[in-house]
Design a protein around this ligand. Sequence first.
Ligand SMILES: Cc1ncc(COP(=O)(O)O)c(C=O)c1O
Length: 155
Amino acid sequence: MYKTTYDFATQLDNEDELSHIRNNFHIPKDNNGKEWLYFTGNSLGLQPKTTKAYLQQELDDWANYGVEGHFEGETPWLPYHEFLTEKMAKIVGAKPLEVVVMNTLTTNLHLLMVSFYQPTKRKYKIIIESDAFPSDRYAVQSQLQFHGFDADEGL
Ligand SMILES: Cc1ncc(COP(=O)(O)O)c(C=O)c1O
């Protein structure tokens, strides 16, 4: 039965066949050297230990190829979205044809609303949580303004 105790949580960790994956991440420590309990996944998750090597690879390609890095090197930049399509389709449960990995989250929010937000005079309000990420709120407000509505009243 489920218990809210440290021992029970430790037992679940020990039984978890994926628990070794924890070792793939850098975990920040407090002043006493004790690892943080880290629950943030939304804004910035833990850094995978492989990140530095991947970034270094891109910096090396940039250094060695300059603008030609778009076409040359380990992972040419121009078709980078194609490298990610299959994996992302699996993650979101879609067909590869339906998925593209691109842009920043805020840019994608704008693209989403440009396609799907078709307000009328009577039906234009957008509901989001009151403590939404600031850039999410700004994107929504700017879409309201873009369509001629008051950013605060419409939200
Ligand atoms: C919920 C949420 N919205 C927006 C953003 C901003 O993302 P971006 O800088 O890619 O636009 C973040 C970034 O962490 C986020 O977590």
